[in-house]
Design a protein around this ligand. Structure first.
Ligand SMILES: NC(=O)c1ccc[n+]([C@@H]2O[C@H](COP(=O)([O-])OP(=O)(O)OC[C@H]3O[C@@H](n4cnc5c(N)ncnc54)[C@H](O)[C@@H]3O)[C@@H](O)[C@H]2O)c1
Length: 362
């Protein structure tokens, strides 16, 4: 697939108000923009611990932006007061490197505050719905970091249904814990739930995140703006790690389309007795391809801005990620994948266009 498609993205009729947490973050901002452009007659409640952007929308019936810490009960409840929330995208969180470096913070945000949001969505549904009404659709945004263990190394090809969940990081454990809660709320019929595990999303704009995979975007983002970038997994351009440590990535546009589809797709996509977790499709990208894409889209001189400095903490986390996953089951469910040959280059092209747009606005 060369570009994501949007024709299938139709909200179930009962979905009139959708809450997006983490709406001030990278993926959350893109998701809110897509929802605003696709669904003209719904209300979006965009929330984050930092003030979420309003994307130029001042009509609070279309977009209500709320700065709230979801770890604080009163702030969480305030989001739902006076609303009837029919859909939730739970995106807020602390990224992998951050959760590994700060154990209590990772659990407080990635588990405790996420569980609060799940529980409160159920409480809200109980107080706003009548018997037989369709339940709110709850999409929890997880990560492929739930996989790890001996069958998930950079050289491995993971067939999801044959692969146990053995996370290799606290972040992965936290996402797994939440997936189980989300599954159980669905199994009990409390909410209509789905978890979507994202691959590494490229290219992330702005400042580097605390994700261990942050350098994948950084190797493009920083040099294209004349700034040095560190490649933490190799000591030079000749290092075999540039070929031996592939990453499983997806273009931002494709990921965001797939997250939106997770709310639109029928619950019957999950078979009887199956789990409720979905691997968002990705493509295999070797670090050398990233460096080559930098040269192709930015020019050979940009290579001098890449500094090869191995960082064992980053390598240790990256070694727990598989380089390739089987997308088959998830493509059948209506999720889309980038083209293996052109996908990463298109992600770089999207990012260059964003930079050009920003430059023309200043
Ligand atoms: N970007 C990726 O490559 C990637 C890959 C796998 C999974 N994910 C998952 O996707 C989701 C979005 O990722 P992202 O890249 O946009 O991350 P991000 O860091 O840009 O956004 C996360 C947002 O959560 C907010 N947040 C943190 N603590 C909060 C709290 N207590 N209350 C309210 N908001 C809080 C942050 O302010 C931030 O804006 C996350 O759950 C992440 O784990 C992302």
């Amino acid at each position: 697939m060369v570009a994501p498609t949007y024709d299938a993205l139709k909200l179930p009729p009962h979905v009139k108000t959708v809450l997006v947490s983490g709406a001030g973050g990278f993926v959350g901002q893109q998701l809110v923009q897509l929802l605003l452009s696709l669904f003209k007659d719904i209300k979006i409640i965009a929330t984050d611990i930092v003030e979420p952007p309003n994307h130029g929308i001042t009509d609070s019936k279309r977009l209500r932006c709320v700065k709230a810490d979801l770890g604080k009960e009163a702030e969480l409840k305030g989001l739902f007061d006076g609303e009837k929330v029919d859909g939730v995208f739970a995106l807020h969180g602390v990224m992998s490197g951050g959760a590994e470096a700060n154990f209590p913070l990772g659990y407080a945000v990635n588990v405790d505050s996420n569980l609060n949001l799940l529980k409160y969505t159920h409480t809200h549904a109980q107080s706003t719905l009548s018997e037989g009404d369709p339940r709110p659709i709850y999409v929890f945004v997880s990560s492929l970091a739930v996989y790890g263990g001996p069958k998930c190394r950079p050289q491995d090809y993971v067939v999801p249904k044959d692969t146990p969940i053995i996370p290799g990081s606290s972040y992965g454990v936290q996402k797994t814990i939440m997936e189980l809660y989300v599954y159980d709320y669905g199994r009990k019929g409390y909410l209509n739930t789905r978890s979507v595990r994202l691959p590494t999303v490229a290219i992330r704009p702005g400042a580097p995140s605390s994700a261990a995979s942050s350098f994948i975007s950084g190797l493009i983002r920083e040099p294209l703006q004349g700034v040095e970038a560190i490649c933490p997994i190799a000591s030079s351009l000749d290092d075999p790690a540039l070929d031996d440590m592939p990453f499983w990535c997806s273009r931002t546009k494709t990921v965001v389309r797939n997250i939106a589809w997770a709310l639109c797709m029928p619950e019957s996509n999950f078979g009887e007795g199956e789990g409720r977790s979905i691997n968002i499709p990705g493509i295999k990208v070797r670090p050398r391809q990233i460096v080559e894409a930098l040269v192709e889209h930015g020019g050979k001189d940009k290579l001098s801005l890449v500094k090869f400095q191995k960082d064992q903490a980053v390598i240790n986390i990256c070694k727990t990620w598989a380089g390739e996953y089987d997308n088959t089951d998830f493509l059948k469910m209506g999720f889309e994948a980038d083209d293996t040959e052109t996908g990463f280059g298109l992600a770089v092209k999207d990012f260059k266009e964003e930079l050009a747009k920003e430059a023309s606005q200043t």
